[in-house]
Design a protein around this ligand. Structure first.
Ligand SMILES: [Zn+2]
Length: 117
């Protein structure tokens, strides 16, 4: 008894050519039109890290931008990673309180509490 299966139609074989792979990657990187994360350098420890695009804010995450905390124009191009930000808060509290805008200190504490930093 022969049980030959007809497989001519609905063949589930996919040809993985480079073009479809590239298209697939591009679609994923596109992230629905939202910009890709950017690589920045921490001005404290010199490590590179990623700053993500925040959809509700329609901007890159500000929590790692030093100027966001100090409110100073000159600090706007400086980035600080979360580790150094926390270190600054816990180990140099006095300086933190002097440097960071009071309103932002409140945000900082809530970020800390929510584990955002
Ligand atoms: Zn750092």
């Amino acid at each position: 008894m022969k049980a030959k299966k007809e497989t001519k139609k609905d063949k589930p074989i996919k040809i993985n050519n480079i073009e479809t792979t590239l298209n697939h990657l591009q679609k994923r990187e596109d992230r629905n039109g939202f910009p890709d994360p950017i690589s920045v350098q921490c001005f404290q420890c010199q490590n590179y890290f990623w700053v993500k695009w925040v959809v509700p804010q329609r901007n890159y995450s500000k929590k790692n931008n030093w100027g966001y905390w100090t409110g100073k124009e000159g600090d706007k191009d400086k980035f600080i990673d979360s580790l150094c930000l926390k270190k600054y808060y816990f180990e140099q509290r006095e300086e933190f309180l002097r440097t960071v805008v009071p309103k932002k200190q409140t945000s900082f504490r809530s970020y800390l509490a929510c584990n955002i930093i």
